[in-house]
Design a protein around this ligand. Structure first.
Ligand code: BES
Ligand code: ZN
Ligand code: ZN
Length: 483
């Protein structure tokens, strides 16, 4: 459950209020006594204090000052974090209703604050016993009112959709493989499509075999569950584009590494290996629910990756959907195999641009950690520029890695056309290069392995699945409608 967000047209007495302001002079006079205001002014100036709490028995008043920064993106991120921080007090005190009172002139500021407060309230409690659930009964807050000048008609409804989409994405990621098989994932995608008015179609094992998707089938060979390949399509009559934007998400519902079994603890978070597919499903969901006039398609090849008597073994040579042959030297480099087939499949849509999202490499994690998405492009320089801007706006930042052809040389096989691993160095790049070999259109690859899943909460990003990619893609598409 996410908090409900709506516009407050006026303030009623006794409401819990958060005042968001640049400086004390901006606070409205009628909510504080002269003494309180004096106190705020002094503390703000002398102690550089920017957060105040007043508990007036029946009413909570909070004041949050936001200091100026030259970088607008940083201000917005500060606001999200401030929203999350306030959320901690709100849930400690079990406050259900809160009004956010915007004293600044900027609506983006209040939207970011609302976003951080809402996103920070997420929790995954499905597997907690009822008793414990009751004591925690949330969410806190349950209702957020926003009192602000300059809000557009759609600002808060669109924000609500985004929050809902990120929550759904996180839950899909947090669901363990014991619930979320590739089959169940496909069912969830269908359900979401139904709710948002998008079209959904699931390629089943038979169809995947008929299409000779050798990559997806090879990864699935050790599994007891069949692979699936859900496709979501949002094609509104008023679309601004003829050729679609196609998003592809890695849907490895559990990655054991296969025959190259992952060692030690490195397997423990691998239910998150479908974070790319979840982000794609939830981004298309949000875009459709907002009825954005853009034609988008989501492709989500899904399977688990396991050892087993029939599993693909190192040295096997497989034939991909586009007929290229691949020498599988490491079965833990499975993501690129299923994505490559999906990239080939995207061709039938004659796409304007294809973007893939994948928890693809440990190499990307080592390079940038949880703070960045590794991005590579081919024939999509302008589009990557726009995506980077979106990355700053939503603070899911991109760092570009090179697509130099020398890296492509590293994945040529002696026996087949390609091999699925290069040498140790530049692992995130050779993985991206592998995918590019299958793209015959403008293509952006996003390796989200770093930020997709957190073992410790990072402000409003929370613990577990973060939903990274959802806000990024939605902002990117929304931005296209504004051009
Ligand atoms: N799913 C992993 C990548 C990953 C690692 C995601 C850590 C999130 C956190 C991927 O399938 C994988 O195992 N990649 C290997 C590739 C290697 C064998 C070339 C890796 O990065 O170690
Ligand atoms: Zn793997
Ligand atoms: Zn993987």
């Amino acid at each position: 459950m996410h908090p409900s967000i709506s516009q407050s047209k006026k303030i009623r007495s006794g409401q819990n209020i958060v005042f968001i302001a640049g400086k004390p002079e901006e606070l409205p006079g009628d909510h504080f006594s002269a003494k309180e205001l004096q106190y705020i002014r002094k503390e703000f100036k002398d102690s550089k204090r920017d957060f105040f709490t007043f508990n007036n028995l029946d009413q909570w008043l909070f004041v949050r000052f936001i200091r100026e920064d030259k970088n607008e993106y940083k201000i917005l991120e500060e606001m999200r974090k401030a929203g999350d921080l306030l959320g901690k007090t709100i849930s400690d005190q079990k406050i259900k209703e809160i009004v956010l009172y915007n004293c600044t002139g900027s609506k983006n500021t209040i939207i970011a604050f609302t976003e951080g407060l809402s996103l920070g309230s997420y929790s995954f409690r499905k597997y907690k016993t009822e008793k414990e659930k009751d004591t925690l009964k949330g969410p806190f807050p349950e209702n957020i009112g926003v009192y602000s000048a300059g809000l557009g008609k759609n600002d808060l409804t669109e924000l609500s959709v985004i929050i809902e989409a990120v929550f759904r994405c996180r839950t899909l990621i947090n669901e363990p493989n014991s619930f979320l098989s590739a089959t169940v994932f496909a069912r969830e995608v269908k359900q979401m499509a139904k709710e948002c008015g998008a079209k959904a179609d699931v390629l089943d094992k038979k169809k995947i075999e008929a299409l000779q998707m050798g990559g997806l089938l090879a990864v699935n060979r050790g599994s007891l569950d069949p692979p699936t390949f859900p496709v979501m399509e949002w094609k509104p009559a008023n679309a601004v584009n003829k050729k679609p934007y196609v998003f592809i998400g890695k849907g490895v519902v559990f990655d054991s590494g296969g025959m190259n079994l992952k060692p030690g603890d490195s397997m423990s978070t691998m239910k998150d290996d479908m974070s790319g597919a979840a982000a794609v499903a939830c981004a298309v969901y949000a875009i459709a629910k907002m009825k954005l006039p853009v034609y988008v398609v989501g492709l989500m090849p899904a399977t688990d990756n396991r050892p087993g008597p029939k599993a693909v073994v190192p040295g096997d040579i497989i034939r991909m959907h586009n007929k290229l042959t691949v020498e599988v030297l490491n079965t833990d480099a499975e993501g690129r195999l299923i994505l490559a087939d999906a990239i080939t499949y995207a061709k039938k849509y004659d796409p304007a641009l294809v973007i893939d999202l994948a928890t693809l490499t440990g190499s990307a994690v080592r390079a940038v950690g949880k703070f960045g998405i590794v991005a590579m492009e081919e024939d999509a320089e302008n589009e990557l520029g726009l995506l980077k801007e979106s990355g700053w706006r939503v603070y899911e930042r991109l760092v570009e890695f090179p697509s130099w052809e020398e890296y492509g040389e590293l994945i040529k096989s002696d026996l087949a056309d390609l091999k699925n691993v290069g040498p140790g160095e530049g692992g995130a790049i050779t993985a991206g290069k592998f995918l590019q070999k299958f793209a015959e259109f403008p293509f952006i690859h996003l390796d989200i392995a770093g930020p997709a899943f957190l073992e410790n909460a990072d402000s409003y990003r929370g613990k577990g699945g973060t939903g990274v990619g959802v806000r990024l893609l939605v902002d990117f598409i929304r931005n296209i409608t504004k051009k």
